[in-house]
Design a protein. Structure first.
Length: 215
């Protein structure tokens, strides 16, 4: 019926649960497998909804919570995504839109969001801000990992020093000497080399096989 409609408006009945809904819809001519065909379907549409400041503050807190949760989950999945990233970089595999991206990939995605003709100016700005916000949250959480030379590694050393000092006070002993960070230099260099290698791999992947967003 839809293919033979010729673009005329159709009256349809849809059963939703125990209800019968009557709707009117007009098919659109699209190319399917290289051939023109009248089709009818449902698509998602992004919209804006104004709320009061209290609701907006609550919603922003929930979005931030979701970003933090997603960032923590992504950190746990990071090692498992590196092999697939290698295949996408040198093996010609299709780039995963939900996979790892580097600075170039983030810049490209931001540019796609700002230049998208499918989004209104307000939606472009909102998408751009969300991309930058999610990047900053992920980088901040990643930086808290207890590994030198990350800030989290220095925090871990400082916390270990204070724990040792606290135990010494309980035992009535003088404060022990601070942990010599230079002893951990080999570990620091290994982490640095791994991070540098991942950065270069992401840079290469973002250039030769960039992520393309559906915007």
């Amino acid at each position: 019926m839809i293919r033979n409609s010729g673009g005329k408006t159709l009256s349809l009945e849809i059963k939703r649960g125990s209800q019968i809904l009557s709707i009117v819809a007009t098919p659109t001519l699209e190319k399917v497998d290289g051939k023109p065909r009248w089709i009818l379907g449902i698509i998602n549409k992004v919209g804006l909804k104004r709320t009061n400041p209290i609701t907006a503050f609550k919603s922003s807190a929930l979005v931030t919570r979701d970003f933090i949760s997603a960032s923590v989950k992504s950190l746990g999945q990071l090692p498992s995504k590196i092999p697939s990233l290698w295949g996408q970089s040198v093996g010609g595999e299709k780039r995963d839109a939900n996979g790892l991206v580097g600075v170039v990939g983030v810049a490209r995605a931001s540019g796609q969001a700002v230049g998208s003709e499918k989004l209104s100016p307000a939606e472009r700005l909102a998408t751009f801000i969300l991309i930058i916000a999610s990047l900053n949250i992920f980088v901040g959480i990643f930086n808290l990992l207890p590994l030198l030379p990350l800030d989290g590694g220095h925090m871990a050393v400082a916390i270990a020093d204070e724990i040792r000092a606290f135990i010494a006070r309980l035992r009535g002993r003088p404060r022990p000497a601070a942990i010599d960070v230079t002893i951990l230099t080999p570990v620091t260099m290994v982490v640095f080399v791994l991070l540098a290698a991942l950065t270069l791999l992401l840079l290469f992947a973002d250039i030769v096989n960039p992520v393309v967003l559906n915007l």
